[in-house]
Design a protein around this ligand. Structure first.
Ligand code: PLP
Length: 361
């Protein structure tokens, strides 16, 4: 069977990006973020490529963590901030998951719970995002409680930056300082705060554990890495031309004929649409790559199809491969046109799109 619309994944690119994390944060342990199916790259595959090269993996939902445990019997797996109850904490214990405790009530629940084996806790301080994490007063109370609890094996202190993609250091430095000073007042604990942006732009925030996500998958959220340290696309989103037609001046293309030809043009129809995860809000002019050259979206994205102006590209034929994002065109550039970020594009490619993994890894 041959595919019209598929994702190709590149293990060497993933390892290259990990090497960049390692070079930027040589003193820190690495917790690779695999939530949302490894940012849409396939959590099992990503874990397999990174296994033995990172010190742990992060999952956002208990189902994600359980699925990851099936292929990673021995890895350290952290269940990120979620809704906790006695049953989930029990699973964390039997499955040997580390768990983020982000509310004092959850700390109280855990401290009083008889568990088959103690769990490793990552205690979360609210350092300014005001999303998850405790106020320093509750954080300190939770620490003291869990420090004595037989259900707890160890405590790591963590926070999550709100503004690390801002190259101005002030906010991130303040937030980092809140974490380190609050932590220091409670004794010694391993510390973790840095996401990809902080790994790249705020070296003072690396601490004991860095938590890279998007940079492993090839995007630099700060846009500041020099050429020598550039990241590589791990996912390529591809499709094929399934029709080519000539239109005359004044013709419209697609629903409501949003795009109009202001001269005679050649339009190629591509077998990818919003039901594949290509954003419907992509405006006219959003780039794609055909025959190694840029073409531009012309007309509304439909459910299964999109249309591009290939007037300036010689010899475009039915069956030609189209790169929607990947090596030649970054997901972040496409995302910019669509008023979103690469994270969202990666995670919303739908199930019907075939996944092609390299053989051997
Ligand atoms: C997703 C996530 C990260 C990684 O963020 P990136 O911007 O993708 O590097 C780090 N820490 C936490 C708590 C996260 O949820």
């Amino acid at each position: 069977m041959h595919n019209t619309t598929w994702l190709e994944f590149d293990a060497a690119a993933l390892q290259h990006n990990l090497a960049q994390v390692r070079a930027l944060a040589p003193q820190s342990a690495i917790l690779a973020m695999l939530k949302a199916d490894g940012y849409g790259h396939g959590a099992d595959w990503v874990a397999e490529v990174l296994a033995g090269r990172v010190q742990g993996f992060g999952a956002a939902r208990i189902e994600e963590a359980i699925a990851l445990r099936r292929s990673q019997a021995d890895a350290r797996i952290l269940l990120l901030g979620t809704l906790l109850d006695a049953e989930i904490l029990h699973i964390c214990s039997t499955q040997r998951f580390d768990v983020v405790i982000h509310r004092l009530e959850d700390a109280e629940l855990l401290a009083a719970l008889p568990l088959p084996a103690p769990v490793r806790v990552w205690l979360k301080l609210n350092i300014g995002m005001n999303r998850l994490g405790m106020h320093p007063v509750d954080f300190s109370a939770a620490h003291r409680l869990l420090n004595l609890a037989p259900s707890v094996a160890s405590i790591t202190h963590m926070g999550h930056f709100s503004d690390a993609d801002n190259l101005n250091e002030n906010t991130t430095r303040e937030q980092c300082k809140l974490l380190t000073t609050t932590s220091a007042s409670l004794g010694e604990a391993p510390l973790s705060a840095a996401n990809s942006a902080a790994i790249i732009a705020h070296p003072q925030s690396h601490l004991d554990w860095v938590r890279p996500g998007i940079m492993l998958y090839g995007d630099d959220p700060t846009g500041s890495l020099p050429d020598a340290q550039k990241l590589q696309a791990v996912m390529q989103f591809k499709s094929r031309v399934i029709a080519v037609k000539e239109v005359v001046t004044g013709d419209g293309v697609g629903y409501n004929r949003r795009w109009r030809a202001n001269q005679p043009c050649r339009i190629a129809t591509v077998a990818a649409g919003y039901a594949d995860g290509y954003p419907r809000n992509a405006p006219d002019g959003t780039p794609v790559v055909v025959r190694g050259q840029r073409a531009r979206l012309a007309g509304r994205v439909s459910m299964d199809l999109l249309t591009i102006d290939v007037s300036d590209i010689d010899g475009v034929r039915v069956g030609d491969e189209v790169e929607l994002w990947g090596n030649q065109l970054s997901a972040s550039e496409v995302a910019e046109h669509c008023e979103t970020i690469s994270y969202e594009l990666f995670t919303r490619v739908t199930r019907r799109v075939a996944r092609c993994y390299p053989k051997g890894l």
